[in-house]
Design a protein around this ligand. Structure first.
Ligand code: ADP
Ligand code: MG
Length: 594
């Protein structure tokens, strides 16, 4: 991957990168001065004051400086002067480290919130398809590794600056020896690069395995009740262990490839050092001072080149995480193909009409359509029950109204207006939606009640909604009433209470249309009775579409729609359909409804 692409991938701002580069340059400068100061020190040790100064410019400057502040030139003062740039360098290094960490964390935060926004706005079907584990891992672990990639990228910049500076000093000392040094360092780098290619592959595999571990563990914890009940603890543990082992395996392979680099580099470096000593002494009559300085810098150069290569390796391993996160974000954004209309949705005055509606997932691949030629009119104020076997397409049908899914054929009209013409936000706000799983957040009862409401409801409105949804009774029993924390996903409430609370939220929103997707199928009959009564209390006032598994709900409906494999097969009141003796009768006899 090219530097340009990596750079774009990291999404650093120009200001951030400029400041980082400036700090890295300053660091390299002080490092250079500090190391350069060793030249006079070594020469002083070898020759004393009367040195045949080769680097006389440094000496003249030093002598001038020492005289000006009234210091005699001794070994002590020289060392002291050499120490000052080192101290300065460390200050710069601190600023650099701090800023790198900040930039890294800021970028990670940006990625996470951008990522979540993309997912939140993404198409529902896409989000469901991706799966919770995968998306969560993308926004947590993968982003973290992506953040590390940013750190490594910045580190690469500063390392290359240092490398350049060291080579400059070496050239200044002896260009012939530098030529030998650069050739040997270059050869070593080529060797290292080979193994980098391998690491990249392993990096991609790590990202994949990581996602797998997240998904597998997440799924199992979600299903912990079932696992316990079926006594599958050990089996699932084995399965998880197996997946984790695969991750371990990749990690070990990365370790090995890293180890091979470390082991081979050292002897090669020593070989080049010996070569330089030999050539320097034999052919160029190098002094001890110049040779030791040369080697000292060469060792530092070697270290930096090594850092650079290892950094490159880690960068390429982590960049894959970043690619995976970016990829998810862009796919989430691409999935968002629903365009909002302009017309504000202001309620229902006549009817909802399904006009030759069809829906399918992969049309071109000849898959069977989920819904076919559905024609249906839901008059304002009516209660419609939707029944049919599991997988018949009931949920899909109701999802079409708030455009959680888009029709692939035909149109859905509200008061004669195609729903695509409505402003999406106002359309969805005008529809109360409740599913089998009451969706609650870890907050107080009140917090859940007013979640997403445009303005704070009056105490009266809250009271009325709670009353109509039969919530007052149980809320009064709670220690802190409305301010009771309900815990993660509302675990402190029973299923029926959760469901009634969701219904209270729907009532409080006061939508024109209420859609309930199997609201009572997970409830006991007493809780169901409460929901029933709650629904009766809004009869004729709200338009209600309910997917039901319970006879009591279905019987009271104005009209029952029987859906089978995406087609409306029967339609009428309970008595009419029993009389008809068809699909509904069959479902009824099979005791699908209890
Ligand atoms: N993401 C998907 N890709 C392909 N088919 C799907 C997808 N989601 C659901 N289906 C299919 O759509 C059909 C209708 O599903 P659904 O509306 O949930 O049924 P119901 O609510 O009546 O049980 C089912 O046959 C199901 O297999
Ligand atoms: Mg369903």
């Amino acid at each position: 991957m090219g530097v340009g692409r990596i750079y774009r991938m990291l999404a650093l701002t120009t200001r951030e990168i400029a400041l980082l580069v400036a700090l890295a340059c300053l660091y390299a400068l002080f490092e250079g001065i500090g190391v350069g100061m060793l030249a006079p020190v070594l020469q002083y040790i070898e020759f004393g004051d009367a040195a045949p100064q080769s680097s006389s410019a440094i000496w003249t400057a030093l002598q001038g400086f020492a005289e000006a502040i009234g210091l005699p030139i001794t070994l002590g003062t020289l060392l002291l002067l050499a120490f000052i740039p080192i101290i300065l360098r460390q200050f710069v290094y601190f600023a650099y480290s701090y800023y790198t960490a900040r930039v890294q964390q800021r970028a990670a935060t940006r990625l996470r919130s951008e990522g979540f926004a993309a997912i939140a706005h993404g198409d529902l079907a896409w989000v469901m398809h991706e799966g919770q584990g995968n998306l969560v891992s993308n926004l947590t672990a993968q982003v973290m590794r992506g953040g590390a990639a940013i750190f490594q990228f910045v580190q690469q910049i500063s390392t290359s600056l240092l490398v350049t500076m060291y080579i400059a000093i070496l050239l200044f000392l002896s260009w012939q020896l530098t030529a030998i040094a650069v050739v040997s360092v270059g050869l070593i780098s080529i060797l290292v690069r080979r193994s980098v290619t391998r690491s990249r592959r392993l990096g991609a595999e790590t990202a994949e395995r990581n996602n797998e571990v997240y998904t597998v563990i997440g799924e199992r914890i979600g299903a912990i009740r079932l696992i316990k009940m079926l006594g599958q603890e050990d089996r699932e543990t084995r399965l998880v262990t197996e997946v984790v082992r695969k991750l371990e395996n990749v990690q070990v392979r990365i370790g090995i490839s890293r180890g091979i680099i470390e082991v081979t580099i050292d002897p090669l470096q020593m070989l080049s050092v010996f070569g330089i000593v030999y050539v320097g002494v034999t052919y160029f009559g190098a002094t001890l001072a110049s040779l030791s300085l040369f080697l000292f810098i060469l060792l530092r150069l070697n270290q930096k080149v090594k850092d650079f290569n290892v950094g490159r390796q880690m960068l390429s391993a982590n960049i894959d995480s970043l690619v995976s996160v970016r990829d998810t974000i862009s796919r989430a954004e691409d999935s968002r193909d629903i365009k909002s209309g302009a017309r504000a949705f202001e309620g229902l005055s006549e009817s909802i009409v399904f006009d030759h509606v069809g829906f399918s997932y992969q049309e071109e691949e000849g898959e069977e359509a989920v819904l076919r030629d559905v024609n249906l009119t839901v008059p304002r104020g009516s209660q419609i029950a939707l029944v049919g076997r599991s997988g018949a397409g009931k949920s899909t049908l109701v999802d079409l109204i708030p455009r959680l899914r888009e029709v692939t054929h035909g149109r859905v009209l509200i008061d004669g207006v195609p729903i695509a013409e409505f402003d999406l936000r106002s359309l969805r706000r005008g529809i109360g939606f409740m599913t089998q799983e009451a969706v609650l957040f870890n907050d107080t009862i009140y917090g859940n009640l007013v979640y997403g409401l445009e303005r704070e409801p009056t105490a009266d409105a809250v009271q009325k909604a709670l009353e109509r949804s039969y919530c007052l009774g149980f809320i009064e029993q709670l220690p802190h009433g409305l301010d009771t924390e309900i815990g993660d996903r509302g675990f402190r409430l029973s299923g029926g209470q959760r469901q009634r609370l969701s219904l209270a939220r729907v009532f409080l929103e006061d939508p024109a249309i209420i859609i309930l997707d199997e609201p009572t199928s997970a409830l006991d009959s007493e809780s169901e009775e409460y929901i029933q009564r709650a629904l009766q209390s809004v009869r004729h006032e709200k338009t209600l579409i309910v997917i039901a598994h319970r006879l009591s709900t279905v019987q009271r409906a104005d009209e029952i729609i029987v859906l089978d494999r995406g087609v409306i097969v029967e339609q009428g009141t309970h008595d009419e359909l029993i009389e008809l003796d068809g699909s509904y009768r069959k479902l009824f006899d099979l005791q699908i409804y209890r």
